[in-house]
Design a protein around this ligand. Sequence first.
Ligand code: SF4
Length: 264
Amino acid sequence: MSKPSARKSPAKPAKTSAKRAEPISIPRTHKSAPLKQLALTDDKPGNGLWPSDGEVFDRTCTDCPRLAEFLEEGRKQYPDYYCAPVAPFGDRKAHLIIIGLAPGFHGANATGRPFTGDYAGVLLYQTLHKFGFASQPESVHRNDGLKLIDARISNAVKCVPPDNKPLPIEITTCNHYLQAELATAPKNVVLLALGSIGHNAVLRTLGLRASDYKFGHGAEFKLPGGQWLIDSYHCSRYNTNTRRLTEAMFEAVFARAKQLIAGT
Ligand code: SF4
């Protein structure tokens, strides 16, 4: 009987490398999505894209290997999609900053503007317009002339993740961009988090403990730096179809955000 050979345990992944998605599967286009994609070459001044200044935002960032690979695959399958880190949209000095999760594959990842081109953006832009934060009730593509008014939209993670699920390390890796964004915001800014990942990303950015500020729809917190944090369930198709989030619930959060901006 031969002596069993010693088995080497598999090497531990490096701390900075994220788990690979196997296999990488790109979701099929959603039939109801009002898509009008523009390629990267369609960039024009004033179309909502922030410059790649490497600090607030870097459109060439590939710090998350799994997401960079997913984008590369996406570019092959959808060559007319934007397929790059998606910049925040809106004024750097805005008093309302909305923090979502990450770009949707056939939405922001296709058009290059947050919440543009997919279902989640329909209720968001309609509500922003209703409360005076957007010049139009619809966001179709990034050269559609839409302007945000004293508002900005950003995401906890700037690259589209497979299955809309970023890994914890990807949320952590991307957090410095959000940190740089918030550093330029007014002291009394209202941070409206869409979902718990956006909520926790804000807390991480400001060095605050999640256990001291529990996420809940409609919850609001005065933060030590003078900012307000207000929460809403994410306006995803799932949440609105299941009525976890209704139009009235979403509008109530925006009404409160408006009051907080006005200092009431
Ligand atoms: S998610 Fe953020 S940190 Fe990661 S590759 Fe994209 S832009 Fe870079």
